[in-house]
Each structure stands twice: as C-alpha cells, then as structure tokens.
Design a protein around this ligand. Structure first.
Ligand code: SF4
Length: 265
C-alpha cells in the first residue's frame, strides 16, 4: 500500500506489462499483493527456467557448473544446444569487452524508479548487447515480443543510462528450448524507436499517477471491459466478480412481466 508521502515506486517491465493488460490486475498484484492459486505446472517450468539462469550466471562468474549439469539432463541438453548455436557468446573474453550477468540498472522518471536486470550484458567501445534467456517451448512472434515492455524498457533504460547511441544498442532473446536448435530473436534499436518508447512510457506513467491518486481516495483502478477475453485467463476473475458478471451478461434477457398480457383460459 502506498503512503501519502511521495516515495519512489519501483517498476519493472512486468509491472508495465500488467498495467497495459489491465490496470486492476496491477492493483491486485502490486498494490494489494493478492495471492493467486498455485499452478504446479507453471511453477515447475519457472523452477527449471531459474536453474538455467543460475547455470548461465555461475558460468559467467567463472564458478564450476559441472555438478549442476550432472544433476540435470534437461540443463545439459539446453546448455549443449546453446553452446553449438552461439559459441561466440560464451567465448568472447578480452580486456576491451565488458561482460556481466544479472546486470542491474535503474532509472528515475518522475516518482518512479524503473528497474531492469539483463541476463547478460556484453559491451565494448562501439556497441552494447543485451542478452536474455528464455526457456519457453514456443517463442512468441517477433511483433509480440517487440511490443512487450521487456524489450521496450530494457533498450530504453540502457540508452538513457549509458553513453551508447540507440543505434549502437541491441537486444537478443535466446529461446533454448525451441524445437530443434535454440532460436534467437534480435532487436536493433534506433533514435526513432527510442522517442516512441519515451512517448509511450510517459503516457502510461501519467495514467498510473492519476490512478494512484484516485486509489488514495478509495477509487479502484480501471478494469478491462466486461466482454474482454483477458478476464477468461485471469486469476482474479473471482476477486473482480467477473465470472458471475460474464455469466449474467450471457443470459438471454427476460421480458418485463408487467408488459405481458394475461391470457384468459
Ligand atoms: S478479472 Fe479481468 S478486470 Fe479483473 S484483474 Fe483480471 S483482467 Fe482485470
């Protein structure tokens, strides 16, 4: 819950995505921290994904990874697929190149502290590459990924917090679990895209400021329209009373009994 005093609100790409999908979902998740029903399959996938991230981080730090690999054939297969597909990423090491896994950056915009964590950042005198590991089965389309706030925010924050021109920054997602060999989706950045992100970010943050002010006066964040399919897949459908509201909206409307003429028998 927010206090009346002005304090910086930390926002990640996940928070921006939530806000864009449904502001009420942001309220439930972030401001009220409502828990959602556990989903064992999803949790298992997340655990496996976290293990791959840990493996890549340990490797980058020069720590031993043999025991992690020995204990997990899935990790072995992802690691060997990735080593074959992109050996250069694992091997570039010279004194001119900066490399860091789990590289953390923040940028203050108004009362918000935008935070990013790059799985790996590789930077030299000319360019900076952001790398991100994904362990989904099916990569999303490039268009979908481009619109995701992870892509927009990660590129934007690096351009704002470093000396690199947008044109010298890129972001590449590696999908290690794709069918066959790992696949990559790369985004080059430029000044026009950067300006577009500035506009979209300011728009969203201004809206958030207004919603937060209203929330302090007990006004809830907006919901998506009643007919939105988003509610069908949302864990807060009951909290939002969207299941019963949807069911009611699908009922055929009953005629007004007062308007029905009596039939004499
Ligand atoms: S149920 Fe619908 S309105 Fe409620 S948080 Fe989820 S998406 Fe938003």
């Amino acid at each position: 819950m927010l206090s009346e005093t002005t304090e910086l609100l930390r926002l990640s790409q996940g928070h921006l995505n939530l806000l864009e999908v449904c502001p009420r979902k942001f309220q439930h998740t972030y401001l009220e921290q409502l828990s959602t029903p556990s989903n064992p399959q999803k949790e298992e996938r997340q655990t496996l994904g976290s293990r791959f991230h840990l493996l890549m981080q340990q490797r980058e730090m020069g720590l031993p990874i043999a025991s992690l690999l020995e204990a997990d054939t899935q990790l072995q297969s992802w690691m060997s697929g990735f080593s074959n597909a992109a050996p250069e990423i694992l091997t570039i090491r010279d004194t001119q190149t900066f490399r860091e896994s789990e590289h953390y950056r923040t940028l203050q915009v108004n009362n918000y502290l935008l935070t990013v964590v790059y799985d790996l950042l590789i930077a030299d005198n000319e360019q900076a590459q952001i790398l991100d590991w994904k362990t989904y089965h099916q990569p999303p389309s490039k268009g979908t990924l481009q619109q995701n706030w992870q892509t927009r925010l990660y590129l934007y924050v690096l351009a704002e917090t470093s000396a690199y021109l947008p044109e010298n920054i890129s972001m590449t997602y590696w999908f290690v679990q794709s069918e066959g060999a790992p696949q990559k989706i790369k985004f080059n950045y430029d000044y026009t895209q950067h300006q577009q992100t500035v506009k979209e970010l300011n728009y969203l943050l201004n809206k958030l400021t207004n919603w937060l002010e209203s929330y302090q006066k007990n006004q809830l964040f907006p919901q998506v329209p009643l007919q939105s399919k988003t509610c069908n897949y949302c864990d807060f459908a009951i909290a939002c009373d969207r299941q019963s509201a949807k069911a009611a909206s699908q009922q055929p409307s009953l005629p007004n009994l007062a308007n029905i003429q009596e039939v004499s028998l």
